[in-house]
Design a protein around this ligand. Structure first.
Ligand SMILES: [Zn+2]
Length: 207
C-alpha cells in the first residue's frame, strides 16, 4: 500500500469504499486519540469545499490563542484566521501553529454506514505544518508536509484489528487483554473478506 502522499487529497483518494460494506468512506480531520482510538476526540470536522477547518481555542499559563485553521487539501496551504483583532499578527501566527501541533491533527477515512458493524477506518499520521516563507519574509506561510499513512483498523465482535503501516505489523487487540497479538502485516485489501476474517480468527484461536 502507498504510504506517503504529496497532498491531503491524494491521501483521501487512497481508498474510496469500506472494505466490508462498500459504502463510500467519509474524510474528517480529527485529533489523534490513541492507538486504540479510545480517547474522546477534541474535534472532528468534515471536509467542506476542499478545506478542513479546525477551531483553535488554546489557553496555557503563558498565552491564550483563538484562531481558525483552514487547510487546503490540494495545496496543503494552512491559513490561520483570527476572530479577535490581533496586536502581534506574526506572534499569533507562530502561537497558532504551536497550538495546532499540540492538537495532533490527523486525517481519518471512516465508514459512515451505521449498519456496517466493522467500523472500518484508515488514518494518517499526525500532520506536520511547516513554514515555507523565504528567509527574508517575516510573515510565515504555512504548509502541511507530506501525509503519511499510519493506521488501518476494523472491529469484529470483541476484537479490534489494526494495521500499523509504520511498523508494518498487524495488531489484534482483544477486549480481555491489554497486550495485542502482533503478526506480520496483512494487507486487508489484498485478500477476500472471508479469507481475511478466517485468518484473523485463526490467529485469535491459536494465541
Ligand atoms: Zn462499512
Amino acid at each position: 500500500m502507498q504510504k506517503y502522499f504529496h497532498s491531503v487529497r491524494s491521501f483521501i483518494n487512497l481508498r474510496d469504499d469500506c472494505l466490508f460494506c462498500k459504502v463510500h468512506l467519509v474524510a474528517n480531520i480529527t485529533n489523534f486519540t490513541g492507538i486504540k482510538n479510545d480517547e474522546w476526540p477534541i474535534f472532528n470536522s468534515p471536509l467542506k469545499s476542499d478545506q478542513f477547518n479546525i477551531v483553535i481555542n488554546h489557553t496555557t499559563s503563558s498565552y491564550d490563542i483563538k484562531a481558525n485553521a483552514n487547510i487546503n487539501i490540494d495545496t496543503g496551504e494552512v491559513i490561520f484566521e483570527f476572530p479577535n483583532h490581533s496586536l502581534m499578527p506574526n506572534v499569533d501566527q507562530y502561537m497558532s501553529r504551536g497550538a495546532l501541533a499540540d492538537l495532533k491533527p490527523c486525517i481519518e477515512l471512516t465508514c459512515p454506514n451505521k449498519k456496517c458493524k466493522y467500523n472500518y477506518c484508515i488514518s494518517s499520521y499526525i500532520l506536520d505544518v511547516h513554514n515555507i516563507a523565504h528567509e527574508n519574509q517575516i510573515t510565515p506561510k504555512w504548509k502541511v508536509s507530506q501525509v503519511r499513512l499510519f493506521l488501518e483498523d476494523f472491529e469484529i465482535k470483541n476484537h479490534f484489528i489494526q494495521n500499523d503501516w509504520i511498523r508494518e505489523e498487524t495488531h489484534i487487540f482483544s477486549d480481555d487483554s491489554e497486550t495485542p497479538i502482533i503478526i506480520p502485516i496483512i494487507d486487508f485489501a489484498d485478500i477476500e473478506e472471508e479469507s481475511l476474517l478466517s485468518r484473523i480468527s485463526t490467529y485469535i484461536t491459536f494465541n
